[in-house]
Design a protein around this ligand. Structure first.
Ligand code: NAP
Length: 244
């Protein structure tokens, strides 16, 4: 494999699908990961039809061992791993005083623990290759906190601490690690907002609209570029200018 190999989790839909398509367009071999095989197959076909390079793997990132195996198998198959984008994520919103232990634990497990396991597994092949670009998708909620998102904001804030630590540990080895923290992006995750809600939200956003997956993908493409080696340990907020 002479192309740079990029794992993108949560690539079946939403932001991850946008990231996968953009990285493939930029000449990466994309390994698209999620649970929904049908959606991953359609993404793979779409990328290949557009002249890109892609394969898909189903993996439930709630299962730490499966995440570890997935990263190891991809690195072994291609003899390299250059880019890791930990994008898959969930919400289980509720006010703190009513939030169950299970909803807290599930969000931490999927949104933070899986990122830790994937980063740990990716470190070895990236060290071997003396090159690595890790982008973890955070959220403005992880920077600012948010009502109804104690679990989600904790996980996303944890992702920032994890990423900065990884950046410090591996920076001298050619490996960068950064967070992209989106604001409101139009995906299934924000589908609970009706047209009127979206209009109201957009009025508070400086650029006057909600984000689209391509907006986040552009930031990921920037941070995973070969010549982005001097940017590490950063949190790039991509929210169109959203006052929290
Ligand atoms: P989405 O449309 O709900 O998509 C979530 C993706 O994560 C899907 O591809 C889903 O794939 C995957 N996923 C969820 N649980 C998984 C699991 N257990 N194993 C494997 N894959 C799993 O969400 P999105 O809006 O694109 O969000 C993507 C990332 O951006 C998340 O980390 C989210 O927290 C973050 N973010 C989103 C917004 C926003 O406004 N949309 C704002 C800030 C941050 P399968 O269902 O096929 O497994």
């Amino acid at each position: 494999m002479d192309k740079r190999v990029a794992i993108v989790t949560g690539a079946s839909r939403g932001i991850g699908r946008g990231i996968a398509k953009r990285l493939a367009k930029d000449g990466r071999h994309v390994v698209a990961v999620a649970r929904n095989a049908e959606q991953l197959q359609s993404l793979e076909a779409e990328i290949i039809a557009a002249g890109g390079s892609c394969e898909h793997r189903t993996c439930d990132i709630a299962d730490g061992l499966a995440v570890q195996r997935m990263v190891e198998e991809v690195s072994e198959k291609h003899g390299r791993l250059d880019i890791l984008v930990n994008n898959a994520g969930i919400t289980k919103d509720g006010l703190l005083m009513r939030m169950s232990d299970a909803d807290f634990d599930e969000v931490i497990n999927v949104n933070l623990r899986s990122v830790f396991i994937a980063c740990r597994a990716a470190s070895r092949p990236m060290l071997r290759g003396k090159f690595g670009r890790v982008v973890n998708i955070g959220s403005v909620s992880g920077v600012e906190g948010n009502k109804g998102q104690a679990n989600y904001a904790s996980a996303k804030a944890g992702v920032i601490g994890l990423t900065k630590s990884m950046a410090k540990e591996l920076g001298a080895k050619g490996i960068t690690a950064n967070v992209v923290a989106p604001g409101f992006v139009e995906t299934d995750m924000t589908a609970f907002l009706g047209p009127d809600d979206k209009k109201k939200v957009a009025e508070h956003i400086t650029v006057g609209r909600l984000g689209i997956p391509e907006d986040i993908a552009a930031a990921v493409a920037y941070l995973t570029a070969d010549d982005a080696g001097y940017i590490t340990g950063q949190v790039l907020v991509v929210d169109g200018g959203l006052p929290m």
